[in-house]
Structures are given as C-alpha cells and as structure tokens.
Design a protein around this ligand. Structure first.
Ligand code: SF4
Length: 144
C-alpha cells in the first residue's frame, strides 16, 4: 500500500444513499464562504477514486446497496467513512420502511458518526476533523 500524506489536504466524496436532502444541504453549507472548509484543505471531489473520506447521507434504500458497496471498493485505502445524519445512523424517520436496506453500517464499515436531523455544519466539520486524525494514525501504522 502506498504512503499517503494527509498533512495538507483531505479530499471528500459525498454519497447520497437516499436522504431527504436535508443533510446534503448542510454539507453544501460547509463549503460556502461562511464556513469555507477549503481554507483547511478539505475539498469535495467528483470521484470516489480520488477521495480520502466518504461522506454518506441517508438510510440506504435497496436500490443503492450495490452502488454503496461499489463506491466503497473504488475508494483507495486508507479511507474513512462518515455517516452524516440520523437516517444513515439508525433510520430515523424512515426506520423500518419497506424499501430500506440500511442503516449504512450494515452495508459498509463506518468510522465516524455525526448525529442530527440534520446535523449543523459545525458538527459536520468536527466529524471531518475526527476522520482526518484517524486517517493520519492509520497512515502512520501503514508506514511502520
Ligand atoms: S437525518 Fe434528517 S435531514 Fe438528514 S436525510 Fe434524514 S430526515 Fe433528512
């Protein structure tokens, strides 16, 4: 496995697994000039192949299961998976709905949970910072 450095930048891929878009709007708010996470090197990318972190929202509808698995496999190691919002964590308002296969950690491993409906941008930024710290530790273990 190749050495990756997360000292300067963290690239994030946003994956909607069937959310109501409430959490997704908060993720967009994190990128606006008010919060401006790009100044810390946190950047949204258009392909999971370029990502260090998967930001997943929504409870995982049945049609999304193979896509979620494929996107997880396409993301290079070491990687982190973050679940944004109660739906992805435990179903929330969609709990036990007929067309759900989630929550997300029943499909792929999850490293960081950010609860809320939706969580505030500050909570999302805190979650990304936690994922960043975990990734740096993981990368160091791989080098040793
Ligand atoms: S947690 Fe709330 S805001 Fe987020 S996708 Fe679910 S219902 Fe929507």
């Amino acid at each position: 496995m190749s050495l990756k450095s997360f000292k300067r930048a963290l690239w994030v891929y946003h994956l909607n697994t069937g959310s109501c878009n409430g959490c997704d709007i908060e993720i967009l708010a994190v990128l606006t000039p008010r919060y401006d996470v790009e100044r810390f090197g946190i950047k949204l990318v258009g392909s999971p192949r370029h990502a260090d972190v998967l930001l997943a929202t929504g409870p995982v509808i049945k049609q999304m299961v193979t896509r979620v698995e494929r996107i997880y496999e396409q993301t290079p190691d070491p990687k982190m998976v973050m679940v944004i919002g109660n739906c992805g964590i435990e179903g929330d308002v969609f709990h036990e709905s007929y067309n759900l296969a989630g929550p997300i950690d029943q499909i792929i491993p999850v490293d960081v949970y950010v609860p809320g409906c939706p969580p505030r941008p500050e909570a999302i930024i805190h979650g990304v910072a936690m994922a960043w710290v975990k990734l740096e530790k993981l990368a160091k273990q791989e080098v040793v």
